[in-house]
Design a protein. Structure first.
Length: 252
């Protein structure tokens, strides 16, 4: 039987002992790292966080997200100011988003087209608009609005005045994030209480267009046409009614 050299046997025993120690020893601790850990993955069903001070639209809004004639409201905590001019008046207004789907504001107008007809006479109008968002989808929005107020007509020399109760609907189609083509219907009912009681029931409908150049600025055009029926103690009459107005809009 061959004899194993002592040096070879010693080397083998040493290697086996080292392997046993390495196998039994715990793994080394990782060196500390000062790199920022990546953020946790967001669930696709979770809505992203949103701050009302952010200039962009709400993540659940449609591409327009806001507007005067887009079918959208101003947005929760947001404000709209606008100057609108054409027929039958020149108006300045303010709208505040008290909730995501509800705006309240005021609108003051210098009127020269009496009851949306071709009759010209100076007057004044003050309204308190309420706008309620019904649908806010990616390519379509729908809104209802009511604008109670008071109107003064015929300031030469006797003032004709009384309350008004306009309401209507506006639908907006958003082909892009900055462009909206709208369709609307208006029923600006009013009652002239002095000097004689007269009721006016205009029924108007038509198209609108709105473009947003920045998250804070846009322009719009609205056109409505239809009939205006009036009746009272002096009889009744029906005429042609018209709205043609362009506006500049600011949002903050």
């Amino acid at each position: 039987m061959p004899r194993i050299p002592i040096s070879l046997a010693a080397s083998t025993i040493t290697l086996l002992a080292a392997a046993r120690v390495a196998w039994a020893a715990p793994p080394p601790e990782p060196e500390p790292s000062f790199e920022r850990a990546p953020p946790p993955a967001r669930d696709a069903s979770e809505a992203p966080a949103w701050d009302w001070r952010h200039p962009g639209p709400h993540p659940n809004d449609g591409p327009a997200g806001w507007g005067l004639h887009t079918g959208d409201t101003a947005g929760d905590g947001r404000n709209l100011i606008f100057l609108e001019a054409g027929w039958p008046d020149v108006s300045v207004g303010f709208l505040h988003g008290v909730a995501r789907h509800l705006d309240i504001g005021f609108r003051a107008s210098v009127v020269y087209g009496v009851d949306f007809t071709r009759t010209v006479s100076p007057g004044f109008e003050l309204r308190v608009p309420f706008r309620l968002g019904i649908v806010q989808a990616r390519y379509f929005s729908l809104m209802a609005h009511a604008d109670p107020g008071i109107k003064i007509d015929y300031l030469n020399p006797v003032a004709f005045y009384g309350p008004e109760f306009p309401f209507g609907f506006e639908a907006g189609f958003h082909p892009t994030e900055k462009i909206t083509v709208g369709l609307g219907a208006e029923a600006p009912f009013s009652v002239r209480t002095s000097p004689d009681r007269t009721y006016f029931t205009p029924l108007l409908g038509g198209l609108s267009f709105e473009a947003h150049f920045t998250p804070h600025f846009g322009v719009s055009y609205v056109g409505r046409a239809g009939v205006v029926h009036g009746f009272g103690t002096g009889g009744s009459a029906t005429g042609f009614g018209l709205i043609q107005q362009a506006a500049v809009i600011g949002r903050f």
